[in-house]
Design a protein around this ligand. Structure first.
Ligand code: ATR
Length: 280
């Protein structure tokens, strides 16, 4: 059966999930490529994740993306996890193969790095020290990507020091863990600071950090995209720093997902970004 004979289906599993802009993105592409298909939000409670993932193939889904809180739990459910996802310790994308087996991969890291490169073409991971704030699933993908790109020093700071120490211990290399009280002074001399915490996301208070020590030429990035400009990014922009928000990280993940699910390498046009931005 070729793609054109099928009704293509994929979705995003999360709890909650209705905030996700992935359906807007993917459904636009079905239209752009004149394909019969749909991408749906799948509100799945953690206790239902295994049954939901196993139902993908029988229902005719090519696969799904995963969002909070499923990225880690899903690893133990799928049949195969690729090397990058294993190293990161989380999967963000599942492929349901024709034989019914499930393959997990992580496109968060690729999305984050591609977004930085696109938004700031001259950006180099090794240009100077990097501060990463937060040590959850998003942080693992960011730290892994930055280390792979050649970062020489990553200062990882988190509210719960043990979580940062866990990542530093596992990944080793350029990553050192620091206690939360030091988050303000750690910005001294950095070339890049990344917020990977949930602070600043719609419904949450802003990230509690003072930017006085952040060099004027440092880049500030956030993996949050709702709102498009988190209070952290707004504060950085107001003092003259360049900023990169989290929307591009989401958008860059579409291509590897479509390649895996549908065998198509879609072009992500500026008008699609504008369309998604309008919904935020
Ligand atoms: P994700 O998968 O999106 O990264 P997560 O794994 O729940 O989500 O991680 C959330 C991150 O935000 C963690 O680093 C968390 O800090 P802890 O490790 O101490 O839990 C951080 N975070 C959540 N609430 C926070 C707060 N009020 N202040 C500072 N950091 C916070």
């Amino acid at each position: 059966m070729t793609a054109s004979d099928r009704f293509l289906m994929a979705g995003v599993m999360g709890w909650p999930v209705m905030h996700s802009r992935s359906p807007v993105l993917h459904n636009y592409l079905f239209k752009q490529y004149r394909l019969a298909g749909t991408y749906v939000p799948l509100a799945i409670r953690p206790e239902g994740l295994q049954a939901a993932l196993r139902a993908l193939h029988p229902l005719g889904f090519s696969g799904c993306n995963l969002t909070i809180p499923h990225k880690q739990q899903a690893m133990s459910i799928v049949d195969e996890v690729d090397t990058v996802a294993k190293s990161i310790g989380a999967i963000s994308c599942v492929l349901a193969r024709p034989d019914g087996s499930l393959a997990g991969s992580n496109n968060d890291c690729y999305g984050f790095i591609q977004n930085l490169k696109q938004e700031q073409p001259g950006w180099r991971a090794g240009a100077g020290p990097i501060a990463v704030i937060g040590a959850g699933g998003g942080s693992r993908a960011v730290c892994y990507g930055l280390a792979q790109e050649g970062a020489k020093e990553i200062r990882l700071v988190n509210r719960t020091l043990a979580h940062a120490q866990g990542i530093a211990g596992e990944f080793g290399g350029p990553i050192s863990a620091y206690p939360w009280e030091r988050r303000h002074e750690l910005l001294d001399g950095v070339a890049l600071v990344v917020n990977t915490t949930s602070q600043g996301m719609v419904g949450n208070p802003p990230l509690d950090i003072q930017l006085d020590k952040l060099p004027a030429n440092a880049l500030a990035a956030d993996i949050i995209y709702i709102p498009l400009e988190s209070p952290f990014l707004a504060a950085a922009r107001q003092r003259g720093n360049k900023t990169v928000n989290g929307l591009g990280m989401l958008m860059h993940q579409v291509r590897p997902a479509w390649k895996a699910w549908f065998g198509i390498d879609p072009e992500i046009k500026a008008e699609l970004r504008a369309l998604v931005e309008k919904t935020i």
